[in-house]
Design a protein around this ligand. Structure first.
Ligand code: SF4
Length: 483
């Protein structure tokens, strides 16, 4: 069930930042009239149709340019049920056309100076540079590979400005010593536990500090969500600093939803200076999951892949996005969210592969309630040879009541609770919370055996006091985290 049904709205094209000469404006109108019906083009001016099976992704309400969100599904977009998930369509067509490897190309943040402007002039100039005869011969060649190569040669310089060296390759971290305790534990091969604490809804920090101290002996690091469900709370940065003060290592979550490229870079420099060593990049729940009055839209300047790419380059190459060099760059162990049960496992595996290439060193998955289903996703990652490049912490969320399970099943994107578990909770009646703990322990035992799993991420939101019991009963030796 979708969480929001706004009714289908007309999606306006993007308009240029500055007034263009008449000739270019007319060309832009012509381009829009042709490319709109053909590809769903929204005139972003940063054409990436080659990588997206010739479907424009700019219809995605989250403005994602590098693949689907964790709520993607075949039926419809999770934000707006009146439209399809455009990224599901792109992945589906890419597989049908055998172009799925194109989806690995990391695509840059929009160059807003080009938004709303025509791109055909650029195409013409590029064809002229390559030579009209050469291009014509390439496009009419018998070999499909040659035709594809010619198309790429026409479009590549347009979508990749000089400063952008985004690519489809894996880049190993450019350091050897672990940056954080979490990284040290994962590298040591120890089965690692992290847990999530919901930031307070007020400026009061007493409960937050109590929870941090309670979890300290049981986890390697504590995550602080970043306005989860699009509801404002104390910032993840502030909670992370409080954790550092308490001697507990934080994982600072950063949602692309609320960040411009400037805000992101500035925030991680500050976070690193304040002693934060782990960051988890995610696209974030759309603001429509929150409460009215809704804002005009989310920021939509970056997506999680672009964030990872920017932060990896800052850390490993000492460069801002605009190519300026920096001394003492932020030192962050970089993580990302993974969603084993959204859309098709092979689609998700490509999406995770891309995040790894961009800079993700660890994944914390969405809540898992089906260990066999998890294995299908892990097998897809194994086929892509990426299991040795990332640490995977499986998301385990103990269920406190049947009502909570029903809510998650129906309203939380990317989560599926199998019928047998729902029946067990129903049969347990007033003992549903105890049954929820038993289910969590069974799941931990089952996922521990799976290839590529390095630990668990406990998400006992507003039930943090259950974490010590689960860690102890699961036989996961408590070892205090040290900052
Ligand atoms: S489900 Fe997610 S990825 Fe797909 S169109 Fe909606 S917001 Fe975008």
């Amino acid at each position: 069930m979708p969480i929001f049904t706004p009714g289908r709205r007309w999606q306006p094209p993007f308009y240029p930042f500055k007034r263009e000469p008449l000739g270019r404006r007319l060309l832009a109108r012509l381009e829009r009239a042709v490319k709109g019906p053909l590809f769903g083009c929204r005139m972003c001016g940063n054409c990436l149709l080659q990588e997206t099976a010739f479907i424009c992704p700019m219809e995605c309400p989250k403005g994602l340019r590098n693949g689907p969100c964790g709520g993607s599904m075949a039926e419809h977009c999770y934000v707006d049920e009146t439209r399809p998930c455009i990224w599901y369509k792109i992945y589906d067509r890419s597989f049908k056309l055998g172009r799925e490897e194109k989806l690995l190309e990391v695509l840059p943040p929009l160059d807003w100076d080009k938004v709303g402007t025509e791109t055909w002039g650029d195409v013409y100039r590029q064809v002229k540079t390559l030579g009209f005869k050469t291009v014509a011969a390439g496009l009419t060649a018998r070999e499909p590979a040659k035709r594809a190569q010619t198309w790429d040669s026409i479009f590549t310089p347009i979508r990749q400005p000089n400063w952008w060296e985004g690519d489809a390759k894996y880049h190993a971290p450019a350091y050897t010593k672990p940056l954080s305790e979490l990284e040290r534990r994962l590298r040591s091969g120890a089965f690692t536990v992290t847990a999530e604490i919901a930031p307070p809804l007020s400026t009061a920090t007493d409960k937050l500090i109590r929870n941090i101290q309670m979890l300290q002996p049981y986890v390697a690091a504590v995550n602080f969500t970043d306005n989860a469900s699009a509801m404002p709370r104390m910032s993840s940065l502030a909670c992370s600093v409080i954790a550092v003060q308490q001697g507990v290592e934080p994982v600072m979550q950063i949602a692309a939803r609320d960040r411009t490229r400037m805000g992101l870079q500035s925030e991680v420099i500050g976070a690193s200076a304040l002693g934060i060593r782990n960051a988890l990049c995610l696209s974030g729940d759309h603001s429509r999951m929150g409460a009215a009055p809704y804002g005009r839209s989310d920021v939509n300047d970056l997506d999680s892949v672009q964030m990872l790419w920017i932060l990896r380059r800052m850390r490993d190459e000492g460069k801002f996005l605009d190519q300026r060099s920096m001394k003492n760059p932020p030192k962050l162990f970089l993580g990302a969210a993974a969603s084993p049960f959204a859309s098709e496992p092979q689609f998700q595996a490509i999406r995770e592969h891309k995040k790894i290439n961009a800079g993700a060193q660890f994944f914390q998955t969405n809540c898992v309630y089906d260990a066999d289903g998890l294995e299908i996703w892990l097998n897809e990652l194994a086929k892509r040879n990426v299991l040795d490049k990332v640490f995977i912490l499986v998301g385990i969320a103990p269920i406190k009541s049947l009502k909570m399970a029903q809510h998650m099943n129906e309203h939380v994107p990317g989560i599926t609770i199998p019928t047998p578990i729902m029946k067990r909770l129903e049969a347990a009646g007033d003992g549903a919370a105890e049954e929820g703990v038993t289910i969590a322990l069974e799941l931990i035992e089952a996922v521990k055996q799976k290839q590529g799993v390095h630990g668990i991420h406990l998400m006992a939101v507003n039930w943090e006091e259950i974490v010590p019991r689960i860690v102890t009963e699961a036989g996961l030796a408590p070892e205090p985290a040290v900052v």
